[in-house]
Design a protein around this ligand. Structure first.
Ligand SMILES: Cc1ncc(COP(=O)(O)O)c(C=O)c1O
Length: 438
């Protein structure tokens, strides 16, 4: 067997060449592959986040909503952050206990009443949501999301706090929130922020300070969420957030806060809400290189693949960077002896008829092509794209150009690939179309 040809000198995070071949053979391409062991290690780190009081780690399920993944995290003690009523329903269908699900949504769930009556928690993200909840459930407890006026996304497409973000009740409008709470006799016992604070413990400390300043105004507070946004290293040169260090940095602030209000730490809950941290590097996409074209000596060499924005939108949306590896495949191997090991600069083009369907944009700049140096590829080889556990299968241009939704496979703890989502059929993709009677 030939050694895999990698773009970078390091090996793939969890896949072996033989596994890639076997998964391709059994499930076809494009296919999402997740690694259970990597998921469990990340879950255990979240659960162990240092805290001076009870800690709840919520998995932001929008990042990877497959039921098999939710169940793995549930078994590891994580709770769920749902971004819509539909996500909450999906988590319930996966068997997650209702009290372990909290909805933090831009749009009010259609059946908020039913969900809350079943025991799902709600986190009001606007004054309108707060009012609506108050009308449905006067005299009860509620959590609210506040935009504390700071954000740390690298552009307005990823910012989740500050003036350019619509998420949460603007901090200067808290008096209106308190007035509504009084009107409906609501106890504001939960405070939530998510501003995406990255990997630097000092930044987390500053954000926690900001949030605790706001928390002082909540006399009934017993649940405080710092949100998610823990940095994950996808490509070389980036560093993962160290949850242990961040927790150690933030804990004394929380402990002081509890002391100041003479609160019993057993009655107070700190929450964190990571999505990316839990799943990014536990996922990869396997795609077949279906064509190789170029636009002349002054132009570009393109690898065309059987995947694209139908599986991964992040490069087109944010100029996101993902590691890409060419791995030689079966029939391509016959000519392998004669295949030189030269490196070529390729632009990777997705299969959609859409010029923005490119997996090699310049960092943070989806408009600009940034060819990547990769080992020479042959048609039929596999392109492995890593760092695609989060915001990939769950966030795609599904069915664009009528491509069916790809399959999802989980490598279980015995190393066995298990199908966790079938490939969609064409019939399934058009099943809701209604013919106009003749
Ligand atoms: C409310 C909320 N919680 C958690 C997350 C998870 O963020 P990340 O995947 O960056 O950890 C997000 C992401 O935008 C969010 O909006």
């Amino acid at each position: 067997m030939l050694a895999p040809i990698f773009l970078e000198p390091r090996p793939l995070r969890f896949l072996e060449e033989a596994q890639i071949e076997a998964i391709r053979e059994r499930f076809g391409t494009p296919v999402f592959v997740y690694d259970q062991r990597t998921l469990e290690v990340a879950a255990d780190r979240v659960v162990a986040f240092p805290s001076p009081c009870h800690l709840v780690g919520r998995f932001a399920m929008k990042s990877l909503p497959n039921a098999a993944i939710l169940r793995i995290f549930d078994a590891r003690g994580l709770h769920i952050d749902a971004s819509s009523g539909f996500e909450a329903e999906r988590a319930l269908l996966a068997g997650i206990p209702p009290a372990h699900i909290q909805i933090t949504a831009q749009e009010l769930p259609q059946d908020l009443k039913g969900l809350v009556q079943r025991g799902v928690l709600f986190n009001a993200c606007s004054l309108e949501q707060l009012r609506h909840y108050g009308l449905l459930f006067p005299g009860t407890d509620l959590s609210i999301r506040v935009n504390p006026g700071a954000g740390s996304g690298h552009n307005n497409r990823t910012n989740t706090g500050g003036m350019a973000s619509s998420f949460g009740i603007w901090h200067e409008k808290l008096d209106e929130a308190f007035a509504l709470a009084r009107e409906f006799d609501l106890r504001l016992s939960g405070l939530h922020t998510h501003i995406g604070s990255g990997g630097n413990p000092e930044v987390w400390k500053r954000c926690a300070g900001l949030i605790l300043g706001i928390a002082e105004r909540f006399p009934d507070l017993c649940r405080l969420s710092l949100g998610g946004g823990f940095k994950v290293a996808r490509v070389e040169g980036e560093t993962d957030a160290n949850l242990e260090e961040i927790g150690q940095a933030v804990s004394p602030l929380i402990a002081d806060f509890l002391t100041r209000r003479s609160a019993n730490s057993d009655d107070f809950q700190l929450e964190i809400e990571p999505g990316s941290y839990l799943v990014v590097n536990a996922g990869a996409i396997l795609s077949e290189i279906v064509d190789i074209v170029d636009t002349g000596s002054d132009g570009y060499s393109f690898l065309k693949i059987d995947s694209g924005m139908t599986e991964l939108l992040r490069p087109a949306m944010y100029g996101a960077q993902h590691p890409l590896y060419v791995v030689a495949h079966g029939s391509g191997r016959d000519g392998e002896a004669s295949r030189d090991c030269a490196e070529i600069e390729y632009v990777v083009a997705g299969h959609c008829c859409e010029s923005s369907d490119i997996w090699t944009p310049a960092p943070g700049d989806p408009e600009t092509l940034a060819p990547r140096t990769m080992a020479r590829a042959a048609i039929g080889d596999t392109l492995v794209i890593e760092g695609t556990g989060a915001y990939a299968a769950g966030m795609s241009a599904k069915n664009y150009n009528s491509f069916p939704e790809a399959a999802e496979v989980l490598i279980d703890t015995t190393g066995e690939p298990q199908l966790i989502r079938r490939r969609q059929t064409l019939d399934q993709s058009i099943q809701n179309e209604v013919p106009i009677p003749d």
